[in-house]
Write a protein that binds this ligand. Structure first.
Ligand code: FAD
Ligand code: NAI
Length: 475
């Protein structure tokens, strides 16, 4: 007889492993199946986020930022350095150690919470009497069965037609995190989150970086004022971003890559680079899942179709994270995983899509929560906005990083905060205060009345709140 579980989670990324742990905490017998292999063929749970996404990209962003600081900013502090160099192999080795710490951490958490881990590929076999049979193909093959199934199979990088990833010259996020030597010329297609983060890493280390973006506007999803400020900073750093391009033929010559494109003026151009990263979005990963075996509904792009509660068209089959609609973010996947486990237990799990923060870990960092000015204008909603520049913040001056601002937007009548948008130092950490405020439906006046430590960057959030009422104290 096959092994029986109350809950089987397919996929061990942030959506899946967190769902498995929460379900186990709630008293269920839980299995989690994940196929990711480390370089030795062993298990490497944590999904895209841990292995080729959030964690390794932030490790490289940190290393390259140290290099940038040492090369360009230490002198301002009176620190002299001779013969600054970068050992790329060591930097990549450190990144791999960080990944392994996270993989091992998840395996430990599975043990601690009594989640049974299967290393292999999970696929639906059949549904019988309200129980789903899942084939696990790993070093051995076995069939396990469960009453509730959570699909958390994540996403893969989208390729451009005619330019398959070889991970040598034409790179997805995977190859982009393994480049073995600083390329002289690096090209990126897509000035989205990956394009800007990975472009920043290699520019800081000395590459001449060109990013080709199809849309005529820079970071269209970001508040216009914030995006403009960020673009100014990237231009100053020498990150070349061409907007409104139409990419044509891409030739992989094995020595490098040439990209034919038409620029915004309609002129034919060619970009010759040593390496090309394609970062034009991601597609849901449902290939080989056996969705057809049980009639699990997918949309035309291969995403699992779910309702607001992550329920699929089949009883007791749920789906979370990148494989379903909504932003492709690790913390969104985690929140959905927790909510589904709680719903299975008869509780009222909830994910508030209005307060999911976004962060782009460039320098300056960009972070936001809620609605931006252009969205509110399009909705015709009356609002008030106030902003405060880091230039006028004492801590930012002491840090030597005064780029950017905090901008707060609230309802014109009720003063409820509708959105907070930050470009500047530690925006990734600062945004948390605004997420909490919005979750509690605070007003800008609430933030303005709260005592913030001095000197701290968080005072810029307080001052932005004061700015909504046109009464900043330090600007
Ligand atoms: P995934 O993390 O993709 O995990 C899915 C797992 O399921 C994988 O391990 C996969 O091998 C496994 N799997 C798939 N099919 C099967 C099967 N049939 N059987 C067994 N296992 C299977 N998000 C952020 O919030 N912050 C960031 O800073 C950030 N940085 C990123 C940087 C990069 C370069 C990239 C590419 C992404 C980044 N993201 C970031 C996005 C984030 O990685 C994803 O949103 C997140 O990983 C989605 O989690 P998930 O659990 O849905 O899927
Ligand atoms: P993205 O959606 O952020 O950006 C893709 C960009 O490529 C867009 O600006 C789009 O207009 C452009 N584009 C699409 N097709 C094009 C074409 N043919 N030619 C030129 N430009 C084209 O996607 P990206 O950067 O690949 O990242 C995928 C996802 O991973 C992100 O949306 C995000 O959800 C997640 N991620 C999150 C991070 C974070 O939270 N810090 C970091 C990295 C990724």
């Amino acid at each position: 007889m096959s092994k029986q579980f109350d809950v089987i989670v397919i996929g061990g990324g942030p959506g899946g492993y967190i769902a498995a742990i929460r379900a186990a905490q709630l008293g269920f017998q839980v299995a989690c199946i994940d196929e990711w292999k480390n370089s030795k063929g062993g298990p490497a749970p944590g999904g895209t986020c841990t292995n080729v996404g959030c964690i390794p990209s932030k490790a490289l962003l940190q290393s390259s930022e140290h290099f940038e600081q040492a090369g360009h900013h230490f002198a301002d502090h009176g620190i002299g350095l001779k013969d600054l160099s970068i050992d790329v192999a060591k930097m990549l080795g450190r990144k791999d150690t960080v990944i392994k710490q996270n993989n091992d951490g998840i395996l430990y958490l599975f043990k601690k919470n009594k989640v049974t881990f299967f290393h292999g590929r999970g696929s639906f076999v059949a549904a019988k009497d309200g129980v789903y049979e899942i084939n696990v193909a790993g070093t051995a093959t076995e069939v396990i069965s469960g009453k509730h199934i959570i699909v958390a199979t994540g996403s893969n990088a989208r390729a451009l037609p005619g330019a398959p990833f070889d991970e040598e010259n034409i790179l997805s996020n995977d190859g982009a995190l393994r480049i073995g030597a600083v390329p002289k010329k690096l090209g990126l297609i897509g000035a989205g989150v990956i394009g800007l983060e990975m472009g920043s890493v290699w520019r800081r280390l000395g590459s001449e970086v060109t990013v080709l973006e199809g849309l005529p506007t820079f970071l269209g999803a970001v508040d216009e004022q914030i995006a403009k400020e960020a673009k100014k900073a990237f231009d100053k750093q020498g990150l070349k971003i061409e907007l409104g391009v139409k990419v044509g033929e891409i030739k992989n010559t094995k020595k490098g890559v040439s990209v034919a494109y038409t620029n915004a003026k309609g002129e034919a151009q060619t970009l010759e680079v040593d390496k090309l990263i394609i970062s034009i979005g991601r597609t849901a990963n449902t290939i080989g899942l056996g969705a057809d075996k049980i009639g699990l509904k997918l949309d035309e792009r291969g995403m699992v179709v779910v309702d607001d509660h992550c329920k699929t068209n089949l009883p007791n089959v749920w789906a979370v994270g990148d494989v379903v609609r909504g932003p492709m973010l690790a913390h969104k996947a985690e929140e959905e995983g927790v909510a589904v486990a709680e719903r299975i237990a008869g509780q009222h799990g909830h994910v508030n899509f209005n307060t999911i923060p976004w962060v782009i870990y460039t320098s300056p960092e960009i972070a936001w929560v809620g609605q931006n000015e252009q969205q509110l204008k399009a909705e015709g909603r009356a609002y008030k906005a106030g902003s405060f520049p880091f230039m006028a913040n004492g801590r930012a001056r002491a840090l030597g990083d005064t780029t950017g601002m905090v901008k707060m937007i609230s309802d014109a009548k009720t003063d409820e905060i509708l959105g907070v948008h930050i470009v500047g130092p530690y925006a990734s950490e600062l945004i948390a205060e605004s997420v909490v405020a919005m979750e509690f439906r605070a007003s800008s006046e609430d933030i303005a009345r709260i005592c913030h430590a001095h000197p701290s960057l968080s005072e810029a959030t307080k001052e932005a709140a004061l700015a909504v009422d046109k009464r900043t104290l330090n600007f």
